[in-house]
Every structure is written in structure tokens, then in C-alpha cells.
Design a protein around this ligand. Structure first.
Ligand SMILES: [Zn+2]
Length: 528
């Protein structure tokens, strides 16, 4: 990582409640953000990828109490478990904040004091309908059939309290002006229209403190109150990078380039959060990207609906890359997607086992069988034939554009349709398995072309399939001349000069180890 802030890229995910383990819905978000972080690193940015857990909530302290432990050891153990899951999914976060940490507490208190000093916080008695699921008061117009649309199975409670309020109602015009001046602020477009309508219809002031709780951050100007969950949680994005504790670092990293969040919390991030920042005189994040939900055979994945799937169960069997591929290819990140074991097996067998896995194992096996894995003289061969009319420069430009806009499924579709099909077709057309009998040198040239195709696929799939891509890239010792860590999308079009190609991939009986062993679809029924 360079030390220059000029080319920085600060990306965050939502922080999660640690009252239950991660599920596929939260994994979808982390993987989507990770693809962007990895892609930006490949584009040369100094990326800071921030994740964390949202610990200062009543639900968390209740859960700890049920288990008979104090809140702090409980949240620390959950943070360890969350990080384990994210690491197993190859999520390359740079920092993981727990909101029970001191750096968060100090930053939070400095921030709420700044908003109080700006005159945007006042105290009043309040009676309202409270949703335990959202940990938020609900206004009448948000309700559907008298219930919270996000938690239709829960009954709302009427709660009366004397609390501090944030004067959100005063920020409507400034928020609308910001959305208009920065159309990229809320993405995708459908979410933007939703928020513009919400703000145009008038914002209400929001309660930002609670009375009588010991777990949570005390309000500096009234220590009987603690800072209420949303006001506290949103601040993780700035306290994690030094707000209130390390001004120099904060100036260098903030503002965030993108907050990646779920569509159900868009209004907190696009209305409340920018208004809080405006009040405290802190610059706004550049973009909020709201991803869709993942459904399990059509039902929303959530713990209360009983459809939660522990991501560990899927990726333990088939690997993190297969798991990542399925969600990024099958579910448009800005829209909704579906998970079922049947569909997973279909996509996995067709795209990973057959298409990608076959190209790799066929080419490597031929190099080993015909040339003992050493393509002597290959450095003087210029590989171009395999492209068959494909304009790689134009494709790479399109892919960079798609990935930077979170259109991952379209990017993967094009890599599979255009690059992998070109390479597989080239094997059929040039038939190295026949050529070896008549023209050894011509056969070698074909295999050099195919090795080049594998190098190209490795670079293009790097943000999505980090482990597989590295295996591909190092299979022929390309790594001897080009550093995998620093490889960029633009390197696709520049074959590195170097020594002759040589198979360095691990082999078993002269064949590469199978990367994606086929799933036996007949056996699925007993699990499904
Ligand atoms: Zn709710």
C-alpha cells in the first residue's frame, strides 16, 4: 500500500448485529464489497476496506444475558466468529471495528457533542411505536397493516420516554439539494427515487438517545442517557478511521468512496447519516450503494423466518470461490437473487466444473503429456490466434466499467461468454491432440496460446475467484516475471516477457488436481 491519500479508496460494509451468526444475506454483502475492494486494488488505489460489528444494542445485551455472560466477552467472541467466517470466504477487509471499542466511544462522544453544540439536538418527552427488530420508532406512514414491513411477525410496542432528539426535519432541503447535485450519491437508481420521495414528503426529528441502559455509550452532556443504536452505529464509518482520536488519519481517509449496505437500511444511510454529518460539519460520503436481498427458494433469508443458511455449510463443501461465484454471477448485486442447492449445483457444474475447470485441466494435461510440462522455446512464440476476432482491449475497458458500477453478474457473463468460449473453441478448432502427431512445433504454439488464455482468465477473474485465479496465474510460472499481487486488469493485454513456459501447478498422476469436482445432482435430493 502506498502512503499517498490522493489515490485512496475507502469502502465500508454495514456493521452487523452479533446476536446471531452470519447468514447468506450478510455474506452476499461482504462478498460484493470485497469484489469492489479487490478490483480497486488492481486499479492501483490505496484501498481501505472497513467492516465491523454493531454491538451497542439492547438485543445484544439481552442475548448475552440469556447465555449468562457479560456483554463484552460475548461480543468479543462473536467478533472472532464473524471474522473467521469472512476470512474463510476470502473477504479481504483491512480493519474490523467493534463498536464497544474505546476508539468508537471517544469518536461518538466527540461527534454528538459537535451536533449538540451546533444546536441540532434538543430534549423532549415522546410516545411512539417501537419496533424491536429495527430498534427504531416507526411513524404511522411507514407501517403496513399496523406492522413494521421489515418485521411483520413482531408486534410494535408503545414506548414513552424523555429523550434527546436530532433535528432531522431541518435538513430536508439541503438533502434534496445534495441528491440533485450528486446523482451518484444513492445507487442504484431505484433506491434514489425512493429516498427522494421520502425526503420530499417531509422528515421527522428522530430520537437519538435512550434512558436507563448501562450497555452503550453515555451521552457526554447527560450521562443518564446512552446514544441510541442508529446514531451510534452509523458513526463507525468515521470513528474507525480516526474521527475524534486521530485527526491526521481521519483527514487522509475520509470521506468514504462508497458505503455498501442492504436496501432495507437505505434511508438511515441516505437521509439520517448525511444530515448528521452536515450538522457536525463533516464532509459527506461520495456514494451509498444499496444491494438487494438473497432469497432462499423465494423466501427472504432471515433468522426469524427460519430460512437462514449458515454460509459455512455451503462453502465448506464446495470452497469459497464456488460460493462467491454463485452469488456474484447468479444474483445481480443491485437487485435480488435466489439461492437453492439445485441451482447452485447447476451453475457450479456448467460454469466452474465444465467450462473453467475443463479448460485448465485439459491444457495442463496436454502440456505434461506431450512436452513433459516444459514448453522449450515458447518465449519466442507470440500468442494471438486464440482470440479469434475478440477485441481484448475493448472487452477489458467494458469490464472495468461494469465492475466499478457493481454490475458483477454482467461482467462475469461476458468473461464466460467471450473469453472462455473463445479459448474452448480454439482447442476444438486447432486440435492440439491431433497436431501433436503431425507437427510438434505447431502443437507447442497452440499450447502457448492456451496458456496465454489461462493467464488472461486468471487476471479477469481475480476479484471474484481469488484463490482459483492465483492457481491459474501461477500454473505456468508466469509469476516468475510478473508479480501476482500487483497484477492489474490492464495487464491482460500485455503478455509479460519471460522465460519459457513451464507447468508449475501441482499434479497427481500427470494431471492437475481437479479444482471443481462435479456435484452429483442425484445425491442432492436427500439434502434438499
Ligand atoms: Zn422493524
Amino acid at each position: 500500500m502506498s502512503d499517498s491519500g490522493a489515490n485512496g479508496f475507502y469502502i465500508t460494509t454495514a456493521i452487523d448485529y452479533p446476536n446471531s451468526r452470519p447468514h447468506i444475506g450478510t455474506a452476499f454483502e461482504k462478498i460484493g464489497a470485497d469484489v469492489q475492494a479487490r478490483f480497486r486494488r488492481m486499479e492501483g488505489y490505496d484501498v481501505h476496506f472497513q467492516m465491523g460489528n454493531d454491538e451497542n444494542t439492547i438485543k445484544v445485551s439481552q442475548r448475552a444475558e440469556e447465555l449468562g455472560v457479560a456483554p463484552k466477552p460475548y461480543v468479543d467472541d462473536m467478533a472472532r466468529q464473524f471474522k473467521e467466517v469472512w476470512q474463510a470466504l476470502e473477504v479481504s477487509f483491512d480493519d474490523f471495528i467493534q463498536t464497544s471499542e474505546e476508539r468508537h466511544k471517544v469518536g461518538c462522544q466527540a461527534f454528538i457533542q459537535a451536533v449538540y453544540d451546533a444546536g441540532d439536538i434538543y430534549k423532549k418527552a415522546y410516545t411512539g411505536l417501537y419496533c424491536n427488530g429495527c430498534e427504531a420508532f416507526k411513524t404511522e406512514k411507514e407501517l403496513v397493516d399496523g406492522r413494521c414491513p421489515n418485521h411483520p411477525n413482531q408486534t410494535l410496542r408503545e414506548v414513552e420516554e424523555e429523550n434527546y432528539f436530532f433535528r432531522l426535519s431541518a435538513f430536508g432541503d439541503r438533502l434534496l439539494a445534495h441528491y440533485q447535485a450528486h446523482p451518484e450519491f444513492i445507487q442504484p437508481e431505484s433506491r434514489r427515487n425512493e429516498i427522494v420521495n421520502l425526503v420530499e414528503s417531509g422528515l421527522q426529528d428522530v430520537s437519538i438517545t435512550r434512558k436507563g441502559f448501562t450497555w452503550g455509550i453515555p451521552v457526554p452532556f447527560d450521562t443518564e442517557q446512552t446514544i441510541y443504536v442508529w446514531f451510534d452505529a452509523l458513526l463507525n464509518y468515521i470513528t474507525a478511521v480516526g474521527y475524534g482520536t486521530d485527526e491526521a488519519r481521519f483527514q487522509k481517509v475520509w470521506p468514504a468512496d462508497v458505503h455498501v449496505i442492504g436496501k432495507d437500511i437505505t434511508r438511515f444511510h441516505c437521509a439520517l447519516w448525511p444530515a448528521m454529518l452536515m450538522s457536525a460539519g463533516v464532509p459527506l460520503p461520495r456514494q451509498v450503494f444499496a444491494h438487494g436481498f438473497v432469497y432462499n427458494k423465494g423466501a427472504k433469508v432471515s433468522k426469524s423466518a427460519g430460512t437462514a443458511i449458515d454460509p459455512m455449510d455451503v462453502f465448506r463443501r464446495h470452497g469459497a470461490d464456488a460460493f462467491r461465484y454463485y452469488f456474484m454471477r447468479e444474483c445481480p448485486f443491485g437487485g435480488d437473487g435466489n439461492f437453492s442447492e439445485e441451482r447452485f449445483a447447476e451453475v457450479y457444474n456448467a460454469d466452474l466444473a465444465d467450462n473453467l475447470g475443463n479448460l485448465y485441466s485439459r491444457v495442463l494435461a496436454m502440456c505434461v503429456k506431450y512436452f513433459d510440462g516444459e514448453l522449450v522455446g515458447s518465449s519466442s512464440v507470440t500468442p494471438t490466434d486464440w482470440l479469434a476476432g475478440l477485441d481484448l482491449n475493448a472487452l477489458v475497458a467494458d469490464l472495468r466499467d461494469l465492475v466499478s458500477r457493481f454490475e458483477y453478474n454482467l461482467a462475469l457473463q461476458r468473461i464466460w461468454l467471450e473469453v472462455l468460449s473463445a479459448a474452448n473453441k480454439y482447442i476444438e478448432v486447432s486440435s492440439p491432440f491431433k497436431l501433436i502427431k503431425t507437427d510438434r512445433e505447431a502443437c507447442k504454439a497452440v499450447l502457448v496460446n492456451l496458456a496465454e488464455a489461462i493467464r488472461v482468465v486468471a487476471i479477469l477473474t481475480k476479484p471474484f475467484l481469488p484463490k482459483t485465479a492465483e492457481t491459474f496465474f501461477t500454473a505456468f510460472n508466469f509469476g516468475a516475471t510478473a508479480s501476482w499481487d500487483r497484477v492489474r486488469f490492464e495487464d491482460v493485454c500485455r503478455r509479460p516477457d519471460g522465460p519459457d513456459l513451464k507447468v508449475t501447478a501441482p499434479l497427481s498422476g500427470g494431471k492437475p488436481l481437479p479444482l471443481f469436482p462435479k456435484i452429483d445432482v442425484k445425491n442432492l435430493e436427500e439434502n434438499g
